[in-house]
Write a protein that binds this ligand. Sequence first.
Ligand SMILES: Nc1ncnc2c1ncn2[C@@H]1O[C@H](COP(=O)(O)OP(=O)(O)OP(=O)(O)O)[C@@H](O)[C@H]1O
Ligand SMILES: [Mg+2]
Length: 300
Amino acid sequence: MSSKLELPDYREQSPEVAKRMADLKARPVELQVNKLTKQFRTPNGGTVTALKEIDLQVHRRELMCVLGASGCGKSTFVRTVAGLETPTEGEILLRGNPITGPGPDRGMVFQGYTLFPWLNVKRNVMFGLEMCGSSPIEAESQALQWIDLVGLSKFANAYPHQLSGGMKQRVAIARALANQPPVLLMDEPYGALDPQTRAQMQSYLLQIWQNVDVTILFITHDLDEAIFLSDRILVLSPNPGQVKEIIEVPLPHPRTSELFLTPEFFATKQRIEELIHPNKSGTDDKLPMLKLTKVGDEVV
Ligand SMILES: Nc1ncnc2c1ncn2[C@@H]1O[C@H](COP(=O)(O)OP(=O)(O)OP(=O)(O)O)[C@@H](O)[C@H]1O
Ligand SMILES: [Mg+2]
């Protein structure tokens, strides 16, 4: 008997998944990325090409994850969509309009907890609403609805330091969504959470996304997280960051933890691993290590 597990082709889709994919691509394009190139100056006077000629369409209400090795340009990409970086060449259109800077039509949640520590949960969520012109009464009532949506009604008057990491990220999501932006940008939002909280936050995000009309770009290092959350995954290759492949995840909805045990899941993960680590020999790379142990004191 062969010891190699026979996996299906990750491109094989059940009729249910194929229909879901066709429906997704038939929806209007929310983000259109045309030949996006981004270069930075390096301290020694050279340039580094973080992104090269990225072409991409993200459809309305899609939740797309972006994966790739460290340094392949994931954050640069999401920061450019956020309007925090300017393209060197090419453009990004949101609902047909070129992105020229940050705006309330893009909510952002990043890894560090970016809540204001001096404001309670309710005031943190109200902040953006008031900035966009809501009266304090309107802002309060809307903020409470968003806080309810992320399951934190009991903590509306708590301060960030009184919340767990997962709760803080839920407040950050409520705050980012409060102005009802068409697009939510998330850069490794769960990177600092323990695995259990992280899994819970992934399920929360899917629930929120099902109930809110929002298109999500979600950057992660975690293959399992990307497969669990997305219908399509953008895999970037490094140096320079380019589109390596857009993977259509062959898993049905609703997503449950049992899907992690299916052959389709393993086949998808194996394909992404091949794309991200194409030259992996099977043995782990050894670091050049300074030896700080005495002879006879080694651990094996
Ligand atoms: N402001 C900057 N100035 C110069 N170079 C930059 C700047 N921002 C990013 N870079 C370079 O662009 C490349 C892509 O960086 P980026 O942070 O987008 O990668 P990443 O995929 O998000 O990495 P990670 O997975 O480690 O977060 C890297 O080579 C990085 O050094
Ligand atoms: Mg990054």
